[in-house]
Design a protein around this ligand. Structure first.
Ligand code: ADP
Length: 457
């Protein structure tokens, strides 16, 4: 397939489109996966911060007495508390306090800041990121950056005194360093995984496109072969005709006897070409699966008509042609009678042609439960076993020399098979060299009248 430029280019294009589409789908999936991981972590982070902030808020609020003032009892609850009275930047953190009631705040990733009602920073607790803006922002959820570019996620809650006066605000923040590291590793895995997956997809696309194009390439080869064979078959009678005409033209005088011979040769070759063209047209029509004109066909009539028709041919060939009808009632099918005549006649003609003088050809008509069975048996030359699966190919001849003598083009059995398939039937062949062949055609039969009436009752 790759030697053919058209097929190679089509395969490349197909593989490319497939890889691009798959790549886009995969990238979208990777992006979706990343967004869902990000979202799940943000939600988990929010609820963690909210729970820490809520616990702190509830523990502290009960102990606050006057607005903007942290009671000593509160300071005991909060480890690492820095006092920011005066300049906010002068917040000094005390060494580890004696009581670590709110252990979570001791984690280096958390910080807590207290602002009075006017938004002035009073104190901070826990790990205090350097360069974090000290300007109060009342927004509940915020993302912040310190001067090293580290990110923080922060919640702001308002605090009240014991007698429900506004005390000020508490901000609880968490470093996003861990979170960002995790997201970076997810991005790295996706970033490395995507090109590897793309290479694998490209390989798979190339293989799959080859697989998908194989049947198309096969039928392209068959059409090519068919065209070459048809041209070859037509060339022989055309060459014979033109040679006959050319030699006639070279003669200065032609007597009536010679003229007759020449015309007979041209007529014979013309008949050969006509038969070939008729066969080709029939196959083309059968290939198009055109809706058949179907009617009620009695196979008993078809068999007896054909036995009568080919009796003379059989006698000339020295072959005994008989029929064996093994049913008491007529075997009827719904089909195209012209095609059915053609099917049976092709088999009978072959059987006569490939049976030596003194042989016998029997046309058997039978039926089983659902099918009408037509068998054409001969005591002829037989077909070699290795050729049995090729004899239905177009233009295929087992022994070309003998076929040429009989005038066969190798389309007879191809037509038989195509007609059988058009009637949803099956064909089978059994043969033994020098002993004979049996072609069995099964076609869906109509129900017997008696069976029909039994069903109706
Ligand atoms: P052709 O027109 O050459 O007979 P067919 O398609 O009818 O072409 O048959 C294909 C080949 O099958 C023939 O060339 C012949 O060799 C073989 N064949 C067909 N029918 C018989 C038969 N009854 N006995 C032996 N060989 C047969």
């Amino acid at each position: 397939m790759n030697q053919n430029k058209l097929f190679r280019l089509t395969r490349i294009r197909l593989a490319l489109y497939y890889a691009i589409v798959m790549g886009l789908i995969l990238s979208l999936c990777a992006f979706g996966f990343y967004r869902s991981v990000f979202h799940a972590h943000v939600v988990a982070l929010d609820s963690e911060i909210e729970s820490v902030a809520g616990t702190l808020h509830d523990s502290i609020e009960l102990k606050l007495k006057s607005p903007g003032r942290l009671e000593p009892l509160v300071s005991q609850l909060l480890p690492n508390q820095g006092n920011c009275e005066g300049e906010a930047s002068n917040c000094i953190q005390q060494p580890h306090s004696k009581r670590h009631l709110l252990g979570i705040v001791t984690k280096t990733s958390y910080y807590v800041r207290f602002f009075d009602i006017s938004g002035k920073l009073i104190a901070n607790v826990g790990y205090h990121p350097e360069g974090l803006p000290n300007v109060f922002n009342p927004q509940t959820w915020q993302f912040l950056k310190d001067n090293q570019g580290k990110e923080y996620h922060q919640i702001t809650l308002s605090l009240h005194t014991q007698d429900y006066q506004d005390w000020g605000y508490m901000q609880v923040g968490r470093s996003l360093e861990e979170f960002n590291h995790y997201l970076d590793s997810v991005k790295l895995i996706l970033g490395l995984g995507l090109p590897i997956a793309m290479v694998m997809i490209a390989g798979a696309s190339w293989w799959l496109s080859g697989l998908a194009m194989q049947p198309v390439y096969q039928s392209y080869r068959q059409i090519q072969q068919f065209t070459a064979d048809a041209a070859h078959e037509l060339r022989t009678p055309l060459a014979a005709t033109s040679a006959t005409v050319e030699s006639a033209l070279l003669m200065t005088q032609i007597d009536p006897e010679e003229t007759r011979d020449i015309l007979q040769t041209i007529h014979r070759q013309n008949q050969r070409m006509t038969a070939l063209v008729v066969d080709l047209l029939m196959l083309a029509r059968l290939d198009r699966h055109q809706k058949l004109q179907r009617e009620f066909c009695c196979l008993n009539d078809i068999v007896s008509d054909l036995i009568e028709e080919f009796a003379a041919m059989a006698t000339t060939a020295g072959v005994k042609l008989i029929s064996s009808i093994q049913v008491n009632q007529d075997v009827n099918i719904i089909g195209n009678s012209d095609q059915l005549y053609r099917l049976v006649s092709n088999l009978i003609v072959n059987a006569i042609q490939y049976t030596p003088r003194g042989g016998k050809v029997t046309v058997v008509l039978d039926r089983n439960d659902h099918d009408a069975v037509i068998k054409v048996q001969d005591t002829g030359i037989g077909i070699p076993k290795q050729e049995l699966n090729r004899i239905f190919d177009r233009f295929y001849r087992v022994s070309s020399d003998r076929s040429r003598i009989t005038g066969g083009s190798g389309l007879g059995l191809a037509i038989v098979q195509a007609i059988t398939q058009a009637h949803h039937g099956s064909i089978d062949v059994q043969s033994e060299l020098s002993k004979g062949s049996t072609f069995t055609v099964k076609l869906r039969a109509m129900m017997r009248y008696t069976e029909k009436s039994a069903l109706q009752i």
